[in-house]
Design a protein around this ligand. Structure first.
Ligand code: HEC
Length: 103
């Protein structure tokens, strides 16, 4: 279940970056709220959310604005640029590895 959800997140990030204009459609929003945010809440918010009061690495994942700003080492998401997107590098275990306890 966990790997399936993370897989969806990867798909969303990839397609979301490739078609950023579509990301703001109602359909995209519904997909994000039903498939993606629950994964972020379960796997990431414990350490990266204003709701839990934790901003490890200076990063919170609650809002689009905060995702774009990112944390101490750079932006969380750079539209159209996966290599610069910390969130992508983290979930694909590149220079950042998140969630820390397992892919
Ligand atoms: C158990 C706590 C914990 C969880 C859960 C966690 N993180 Fe992190 N995260 C950290 C810490 C601590 C850092 C600071 C860098 C480090 O020590 O590795 C960090 C840093 C980051 C960074 C780099 C921020 C920066 O600019 O330095 C990203 C991106 C990130 N996390 C994404 C995620 C994502 C996405 C998830 C969920 C899939 C997640 N994290 C889950 C603790 C956590």
């Amino acid at each position: 279940m966990k790997s399936t959800s993370l897989c969806c997140l990867v798909v969303l990030l990839t397609t979301g970056v490739a078609h950023s204009a579509e990301a703001e459609t109602a359909e995209g929003l519904a997909f994000f709220e039903s498939k993606i945010r629950p994964v972020l809440i379960r796997e990431c918010y414990g350490c990266h959310s204003e709701q839990t009061g934790n901003a490890r690495g200076g990063l919170t994942l609650d809002t689009q604005q905060r995702l774009l700003i990112g944390g101490t080492t750079g932006p969380g998401i750079v539209p159209g640029n996966l290599a610069e997107s910390g969130l992508w590098r983290a979930i694909t275990y590149q220079d950042i590895e998140m969630p820390p306890q397992g892919r």
